[in-house]
Design a binder for this molecule. Structure first.
Ligand code: FES
Length: 147
């Protein structure tokens, strides 16, 4: 039993070490502690996009005084998509629509610090989903203002 425990501990250490190498310290810590994760029932803007990889990203934005006061994401994707969704939400917090519109793939990548080359599209999926959620919020605002 002791041997099995040792084996499993070692296996987990190896997986964590590989993930830290791939995601960098900031990304690794966020993967272990995925801030902003979850769905939001009362979002003002939300979107769900599926990337070419087949994974889905959902982003939820809640606004107060035209600034994001809450943000969350939900994905069935890889570790990198979780990290990217989380940082995309973090970048949205406290921002007005113009600033949210600036959350690009590069902005998400810069916030994370590093992603494996093969996972760059995960940051793109997160940023595109934020933009769609923002569009939904803006469309609602236009409707409200025209009523
Ligand atoms: Fe599909 Fe990361 S979002 S591999």
């Amino acid at each position: 039993m002791g041997n099995l425990d040792d084996y499993l501990d070692k296996l987990q250490d190896d997986i964590f070490e590989d993930a830290r190498q791939a995601l960098g310290d900031r990304g690794f810590d966020r993967w272990r502690n995925p801030k902003f994760n979850g769905k939001m029932a009362d979002a003002d803007g939300q979107a769900c996009l599926t990337g070419e990889c087949g994974d889905t990203m959902e982003i939820f934005l809640k606004f107060k005084n035209d600034r994001v006061c809450r943000a969350s994401y939900f994905t069935d994707g890889c570790a990198s998509s979780n990290v990217a969704g989380s940082f995309a939400c973090e970048l949205s917090m406290g921002r007005d629509p113009d600033q949210v519109a600036d959350i690009s793939q590069n902005a998400v990548l810069n916030a994370i610090g590093r992603l494996p080359e093969s996972d760059m599209h995960c940051a793109s999926l997160a940023s595109r989903t934020v933009q769609e959620a923002l569009s939904e919020y803006m469309s609602k605002q236009i409707k409200i203002n025209n009523e």
